[in-house]
Design a protein around this ligand. Sequence first.
Ligand SMILES: [Zn+2]
Length: 274
Amino acid sequence: MKLAITYHEEFGLSGDPVLKHRVIPSFQALQKIINDKQIKVFTPQICSELIDTVKQVHTPSYLHEVKSSGFYENALLSTASVLQSAKLLLHKTVQSTFAYTGCAGHHAGRSRFWGYCYLNDVAITIHNLRKEGLKRFLILDVDPHFGDGTREFFQDDPNVIHINFCQAMFSRLDTQFHNYDYALRTGTDEEFLEILDRALNPAYEFELMIVIFGHDSHYLDYGDFHLWDPTYPLLAEKIKKYAQGRPLLWALSGGSHVGVAQTVIPSIIDTLAK
Ligand SMILES: [Zn+2]
């Protein structure tokens, strides 16, 4: 088995109101691929180990605020999905995973949150995996919004390579701590793929690669990039090639357009499963 999906129906029922409507229809659109390619779907569960890690990553007052938002449980389940995906990779059950979420994570810092993000699923997952001995991670954030929360956690950490795509005029590349912000000026397919090639040109060493995937990059969705459908399988192909069989986790981030999700998520899953 090459690929697994972690998914919970609650993501589509009680997830963030902007993000949740795409979840169930896009998962239904995956059924043929899941059957044809015999992709296994795992259901995440909230466990005490996860809650302990969340408390180590976010401050108590922050968690109080998240609980007041009404999205704590769903954000916890979303984080469980990313963590379960990572553990499947770690235990070599599969080569790549796609983690569905109901809330996003990359704008959640240690003590502040915004933009449909409540708990930083990726930071919590990395914190947890470090307890199991993993040291070096590569995060490729291709959501069109800057992953400021994730950057806050890892900006001084040279063992987490953090590559961000965002709409800006100038790129900022910090080779000392491996913080790379790639500016897309127009957000077209050509520019996106060219920047992707540039961003993945260095042969980084890592034990786990995490792709923070937001389809709000699609021209029909709410972000500032203007990508069309054919770019998404190309993105998956290039990332898969770069990972060279090393553990590869895709974590669902921004995006609200149901039709876009029904098209691009299956095209990515299909590419990863080949
Ligand atoms: Zn976004």
